[in-house]
Ligand binder design. Structure first.
Ligand SMILES: [Zn+2]
Length: 242
């Protein structure tokens, strides 16, 4: 069963070379977008030149948010407006209540009135599906499991399964062996790396080889060059097959 993904953004929050974390996943002809940085339609178009036709927002069944740091979620306002005023429907937004619960607080100053000054709320723009740490949630052909990571704001790692294949995404986290255990049943793990509050490459590259071979790096700094090639960084815009 075909399961593929494209990292549309591989840079960290301060990257001048790459778009920030965003992954398009496809299985059984259906698509999920994980995280949504601005300017999302340009991110999609430039990141999908390896496909016969460029990706655009209507190609996705749902939009998953791991957390509200802007390098992962700054495109949500544009997404909401594009769906409402151009596509005239609501996008399915998938997030844990710990993430979705504060989203409108951030969006409201730009979105809480329409052009007739009528009050608008979250549900006027978005159709929310809540993630649950206790059980996977089904979205089209995808089953999405989540686990909270250690980060400054509520943040959830994901395991996305379809057609018997699983892609795991660490989202933002320090090096955390318990989280890696949770991610490790997946066929492939997209793990962030960076300094400070992020997962150091030194610790990731000390993991057992059999596990390292199933990890690809995302959310890295512009100057990042894996010193030993132990773990492969993702290439923005490349199509990967599981
Ligand atoms: Zn973050």
């Amino acid at each position: 069963m075909a399961f593929s993904f494209i990292p549309l953004g591989v840079g960290d929050a301060f990257s001048a070379r790459h778009y920030t974390s965003c992954v398009a996943i496809e299985a059984e002809g259906r698509r999920l977008l994980v995280d949504c940085p601005h300017p999302i339609r340009k991110v999609l178009r430039e990141g999908s030149t390896g496909l016969p036709a460029p990706l655009d927002l209507p190609d996705f069944d749902a939009f998953v948010l791991t957390h509200l740091h802007s390098d992962h979620s700054s495109g949500i306002e544009g997404l909401g407006f594009y769906f409402r005023y151009v596509l005239q429907k609501r996008p399915v937004l998938v997030a844990h209540p710990g993430v979705a619960g504060r989203l409108w607080e951030r969006l409201a100053p730009g979105m809480d009135e329409n052009d007739h000054a009528v009050a608008q709320g979250f549900v006027d723009y978005f159709d929310l599906t809540s993630l649950d740490e206790a059980r996977p949630v089904r979205v089209g052909p995808f089953e999405i499991a989540c686990r909270k990571t250690r980060h400054h704001v509520p943040t959830y790692a994901l395991r996305v399964t379809a057609g018997g294949r699983t892609l795991a995404i660490s989202s933002d986290t320090p090096f955390d062996p318990a989280l890696i255990d949770w991610l490790s049943p997946a066929d492939l793990i997209l793990h962030e790396t960076g300094d400070g509050i992020h997962a150091s490459y030194g610790k990731l590259s000390a993991l057992p080889e059999a596990l390292r071979r199933r990890i690809r790096l995302i959310h890295f700094a512009d100057e990042f060059r894996p010193p030993d090639g132990e773990i492969e960084p993702l290439v923005q815009g490349r199509v990967y097959h599981l």
